[in-house]
Unconditional design. Structure first.
Length: 142
């Protein structure tokens, strides 16, 4: 690993645009329904929209960072994993769809704790592939 951290967006630009478009369409559609947003049922619909908007905002600003000691992603709940605790790393990647669907990085510790990170940055992805190969070689050495 390099001494400096690699960082990049967790989700691709087309995915971010799609998330905005779908949430805007959903909100627009629900505004056309005869819902009294100040009634009990209307507050449930408004709450659902607030959660959707918050999730879409997190998609827009989420960043994945790989440093010499950890992998971290900012998200609704930030997630991180120390590299020296990591026992397994698997990258789930569909190259033909990487323009839309960010590769998933499944990481697991020796104690069984796991996390899934997303990255659409080619530099971060390349470094994660190198880390995956190193962990695989370490496992095979035993």
């Amino acid at each position: 690993m390099t001494a400096s951290a690699l960082s990049g967006p967790a989700f691709s630009r087309p995915f971010k645009v799609l998330a905005i478009a779908l949430s805007a369409a959903l909100i627009g559609w629900s505004l056309m329904l005869p819902i009294d947003f100040f009634s009990k049922s209307g507050l449930w619909v408004a709450s659902a929209h607030a959660l959707i908007v918050y999730t879409v905002w997190q998609i827009q600003i989420s960043v994945t960072t790989l440093s010499s000691d950890q992998i971290k992603q900012t998200w609704i709940w930030d997630k991180s994993m120390q590299l020296n605790d990591m026992a397994y790393l698997k990258i789930i990647h569909v190259p033909a769809l990487s323009w839309l669907i960010a590769p998933r990085v499944y990481a697991r510790t020796m104690m069984g704790k796991f996390a899934v990170f997303y990255t659409s940055s080619p530099e971060v992805l390349a470094a994660l592939y190198a880390l995956e190969a190193k962990l695989k070689a370490d496992r095979q050495a035993f």
